[in-house]
Design a protein around this ligand. Structure first.
Ligand code: FUL
Length: 758
């Protein structure tokens, strides 16, 4: 990028009040200098000057990271274990290969492996000295296996960073006799690591830590952290999950001591979720907010408890103003966007060949994560062999290729930049140089401004990639618009809100030589260290498959695409049957569909797989037994095959309470192996069932319990669930009874309720 020098022409123009650094680009002109916002309040300037720690920026630079959920649940088929698992169930195959995980992740562009070394069930997948409930008690590798050791070795070999997820919730320590969790032990002064008779010595070179007020469980956590941070090479992220299937004894956590030890033993590690460096984005679906702020209010004087932040607006001016008035501090707290490539966090064989995340959804998460001022932590659960499953490997390869291809050529590189104004020493030439440490910045007092790029010749692009220089200048841009000069005039081609570390804005494809970015609202004077213009490869969106109440299957794809499908579970190709109109599928079946570009380009979408059980053609609601809201939210909506309509329990009486019931007559006797529940789709999820009872009946009078419990992890991830019964039940009738709902909602609701038949 070439810096503009002051020319005689420019001097003449600047005397006409055109901004400094500007010179006319022939034929396209330059916009006038924007009017600046009068004095900005102190609290806003304070937010503009709230900066990240360098370790947070280094973490954010990773962009894409890999989550590994691997433990007893991999083998027992549940999402949350209960602490009673026999260590013997942990039995990866001989072909287990942590290097395969790392290689596949690296090829997909991931920069860190974050592994659950202890999930809520309490089983430890490293050789810990502090419990027998670990790999040491499994026959796997004769009790000598160590998953973390294998992963850290593979990470080191392939140059990826390592992160550890150590669950504070620990059901083994809650449930087992002598368990340490909530055992009401005395809070005393403890020196960590505590000695264990006969245990292998710790590596030399690390100091010990002495903390006051530590009970048994906190000592256990500290001892384990000490092991994890001293014996497995550098750790770059420590994840403390906030989820708790169960609590006991009023157990509290000495976070200050945990954090202190981490800072000392792993100074480059960010402490995530229940910690000060990285916040959970607020959902497990991989979605970011339209405006993802990194500067958030926190409680002052070290009183912050790092509660989940799930509100839609976390850091707008309105939020900051209110927080400031309430005496809160501001803190740099960037978002980690996490989701699983599969329906569950752990591997479940039933999901093989049934990817939750096709290419389109992975891409969306990318643009919601690193492309939206966050980091995308994508979970890929190893299977029972101890390998990433072929389905997931293929999805990751596709995804990696797409991202590499998208960001291969920056059409803004080498462009000539004009700006509304610059701070001294931070001119436009620093905007597209290849040095991320240098940046262009508006002068003080300018909270608005523009950048105009002359690309030298018309270029085609559909991504505008902006990056603020957050390390020293923080997050300041609140709103921007993008214009392109096409067909002789300027027109808006995109707009956005926050930028921060990075905003990769997807727009409709445009071909233009001149492009403008207007910073239309900023806190103080914003900076940008780079602008990118990229062109995404064409992909065809995956088809959507639906079956209605009458058993008619409709497959839809973007206009123009041709759909092919199979009904035998095989992968559809352009030679498979072509879809023309809805067809009937009353029984159980699998529909696999692909969209193909009709223009012989060979372009194809990912395959969508629709798995259907018997259709609800003959089903009806037992109206008298069902608690239903009739105004548009009747129980029938839960069996109509349309996820956009819902059943909702009665809003009145004014104090509704569980249980709520929905009862179905199948119109014939079915052999039921289980049932499925799809919560309503809206963000608020009112009435999303947590605790349930499922009863079946052959005659509608005598009911038998088939399943009872809580949908695991429903609060954090209110999504589709399947529940298997212990045995097959013959039933003509089924009723679902809610015993609780997430967020303590007194209601019950469902988008769809289905069956799993033999
Ligand atoms: C949640 C946990 O309860 C899930 O099992 C999973 O580990 C997810 C990443 O965090 O809070």
């Amino acid at each position: 990028m070439r810096a503009l020098s002051l020319s005689a022409g420019l001097l003449a123009l600047s005397s006409l009040c055109l901004p400094l650094h500007a010179t006319a680009a022939p034929g396209v002109g330059l916009p006038p200098a924007p009017q600046q916002e009068a004095d900005q309040p102190d609290w806003l300037i304070k937010a503009a000057n709230t900066l990240p720690h360098p370790r947070q920026v280094a973490w954010q630079d990773l962009g894409l990271t890999c989550f590994i959920h691997f433990g007893p649940n991999t083998f027992t088929g549940v999402e949350w274990g209960n602490g009673f698992e026999d260590p013997e169930v942990f039995q990866p195959g001989e072909e287990m290969d942590a290097e395969q995980w790392v290689r596949v992740a690296k090829d997909a562009g991931m920069k860190m492996m974050m592994i659950t070394v202890k999930h809520h069930d309490g089983f430890c997948t490293w050789q810990t000295r502090y419990t027998k409930h670990s790999v040491a008690s499994s026959a796997w590798k004769d009790g000598k296996g160590d998953v973390l050791r294998e992963l850290s070795g593979a990470c080191e070999k392939h140059g990826l960073l390592l992160g550890v997820y150590l669950s504070p919730a620990d059901l083994y320590q809650i449930e087992q006799p002598g368990g340490l969790y909530g055992n009401l032990s005395k809070k005393t002064t403890r020196t960590i690591p505590e000695k264990v008779a006969g245990a292998r010595p710790f590596p030399e070179g690390h100091r010990t830590f002495t903390y006051d007020g530590i009970d048994d469980y906190n000592a256990y956590m500290l001892n384990q952290l000490y092991e994890l941070l001293t014996e497995y090479g550098p750790v770059h992220e420590v994840w403390f999950d906030g989820a708790h299937p169960k609590r006991k004894g009023g157990q509290t956590y000495n976070y200050d001591a945990w954090f202190d030890m981490i800072r000392e033993l792993a100074p480059d590690a960010v402490i995530a979720i229940k910690g000060p460096d990285v916040r959970w984005v607020g959902n497990e679906g991989g979605h970011g907010r339209a405006n993802e702020f990194s500067v958030l209010p926190i409680a002052p004087d070290g009183k912050e408890t790092w509660a989940d932040r799930t509100a839609a607006d976390l850091g707008s001016r309105a939020v900051l103003k209110r927080a400031h008035e309430q005496g809160m501090d501001f803190h740099w707290y960037p978002a980690e966007v996490d989701t699983s490539i599969r329906g569950g966090w752990f591997y479940h064989a039933r999901e093989d060949g049934h990817p939750k995340m096709g290419l389109q959804r992975l891409i969306n998460c990318y643009f919601d994560g690193p492309g939206n001022n966050g980091v995308f932590l994508l979970n890929v659960p190893p299977d029972r062999r101890g390998l990433f499953h072929e389905t997931d490997v293929a999805a990751l390869q596709n995804f990696g290729r797409y991202i590499k291809q998208t960001f291969k050529t920056n059409h803004a590189a080498g462009a000539r930049a004009y700006v509304s104004a610059s701070r001294n020493g931070h001119g436009p030439d620093l905007l597209t140089d290849s040095d991320d440490q240098t940046f262009w910045q508006l002068p003080e007092g300018h909270n608005r401004g523009w950048v105009q790029l002359d690309l030298g010749e018309p270029k085609t692009f559909d991504v505008v990639d902006l990056r603020e220089s957050i390390l020293t200048q923080g997050q300041r841009i609140e709103a921007f618009t993008v214009e392109a000069h096409t067909e002789g005039k300027w027109r808006e081609i995109g707009k956005g809100g926050t930028v921060g570390h990075r905003k990769a804005l997807r727009i409709d494809q445009v071909t233009a030589q001149h492009v403008r970015i207007h910073i239309t609202s900023g806190r103080s004077n914003a900076s940008l260290h780079s602008v990118g213009l990229y062109d995404r490869p064409l992909i065809l969106s995956t088809p959507d498959i639906k079956r209605d109440r009458k058993g008619m299957v409709t497959i839809s794809a973007p206009a123009g695409a041709v759909i092919h499908y199979t009904l035998d579970g095989s992968d559809p190709t352009p030679d498979s049957k072509r879809y023309n109109k809805p067809f009937e599928l009353k029984d159980k079946g699998v529909v696999s569909a692909v969209a193909v570009d009709p223009n012989n380009t060979g372009a194809r979408s990912d395959v969508t797989i629709g798995r259907f059980d018997v259709s609800p053609t003959k089903w009806s609601i037992l109206v008298r037994s069902s608690d239903q809201e009739n105004a548009g939210e009747a129980a029938d909506n839960a069996i109509d095959g349309d996820p956009s309509t819902i059943w909702h329990s009665r809003w009145r009486p004014d104090k509704p309470a569980h249980p709520h019931m929905i009862a179905i007559d199948f119109g014939e006797t079915l052999k039921l192996k289980g049932f499925s529940y799809l919560p309503r789709a809206e963000d608020h999820k009112t009435g999303c069932i947590l605790g349930y009872k499922l009863e079946v009946s052959e005659d509608g009078r005598a009911w038998q319990a088939a399943s009872e419990g809580e949908f695991q992890n429903m609060t954090n991830n209110p999504a589709y669930r399947e529940v298997s019964f212990d045995k097959t039940h013959k039933a003509r009738y089924m009723r679902l009874i809610s015993t609780s709902a997430i967020n303590n909602s007194p209601h019950a609701s469902a988008a769809e309720i289905g069956v799993i038949t033999e």
